[in-house]
Design a protein around this ligand. Structure first.
Ligand SMILES: [Zn+2]
Length: 260
């Protein structure tokens, strides 16, 4: 592959939605897309598996877009499947190009050599990290909110949690959200469920927010609650109110963005 072709590909590896957004919240959706570029021949997976929740977070991007619209916030999103590169994992992690996900083996990720790993890292991870960093800098003093979804049944076990509020060492925003759940009172909301920092899911928060003391949180929504556009829109409206209330508590609301 020539350099020019590589360069044009890299331009499409990050999506920035509502770039002019004025809210200090910067939304990030790492697992927005199930797209597997043709050259990876679906990583050897069946079509069903390649479109399933192991490939992406169904509903997360649509919810994040509605949330960006509601808040007038910028949204930075990945454009390829997390099976190609999981943008919420560092290059050194086995999970960055995972060989087994839930009960499935990913043939196209077996025994990748250093050059193959390097190529994917440079093509997908580096541009994404750089763009998130630049958008956060443009929106300083920013607040980082990452949007994910999770499957209702994992390894045969049903999950009761409906919305997870995840954090790493900086618990300020998560604490504020959990202290007032009136905007989302109908849901089963839990701290650090169905995953937590010990599962390695707080990479984006640790990389971009914690060193800079940017208030941050990772939201995990059960994907059966955001299974179509109207459900995504309704969820986004509730998340918007919840986040706005929490930011008021933190004293970090931007003038003009306060809910009335
Ligand atoms: Zn995710």
């Amino acid at each position: 592959m020539g350099k020019q072709q590589q360069a044009s590909m890299s331009e499409n590896t990050v999506e920035v939605y509502n770039a002019p957004g004025t809210h200090r919240i910067v939304l990030v959706c790492e697992h927005a897309s199930a797209t597997i570029p043709a050259e990876y021949t679906r990583l050897g997976l069946t079509d069903d598996i390649a479109r399933s929740h192991i490939a992406w977070d169904p509903g997360a991007m649509s919810t994040a877009r509605f949330l960006a619209d509601t808040l007038d916030a910028v949204l930075v999103a990945g454009t390829v499947s997390r099976l190609i590169y999981d943008l919420n994992r560092p290059p050194t992690s086995a999970g960055a190009m995972i060989e087994h996900s839930e009960k499935y083996r990913v043939p196209g990720n077996s025994n990748l050599d250093a050059e193959q790993r390097h190529t994917r890292t440079e093509r997908y991870y580096r541009p994404f990290v750089a763009r998130v960093a630049s958008v956060l800098a443009q929106h300083a003093p920013a607040v980082l909110v990452t949007i994910h979804s999770f499957t209702p049944v994992y390894n045969g076990v049903a999950r009761d949690v409906e919305i997870g509020v995840l954090h790493d060492d900086d618990t300020r925003l998560a604490d504020a959200m959990l202290a007032d759940t009136s905007a989302v009172s109908r849901y089963n909301i839990q701290r650090n469920q169905p995953y937590g920092a010990h599962d390695g899911v707080t990479h984006t928060l640790k990389l971009h927010a914690i060193p800079a003391q940017i208030p941050n949180v990772m939201l995990e929504v059960r994907n059966d609650l955001i299974s179509d556009e109207s459900a995504c829109r309704a969820m986004a409206e509730q998340l918007s109110r919840w986040l706005s209330d929490a930011l008021l508590t933190l004293g970090t609301a931007t003038p003009g963005q306060v809910r009335t």
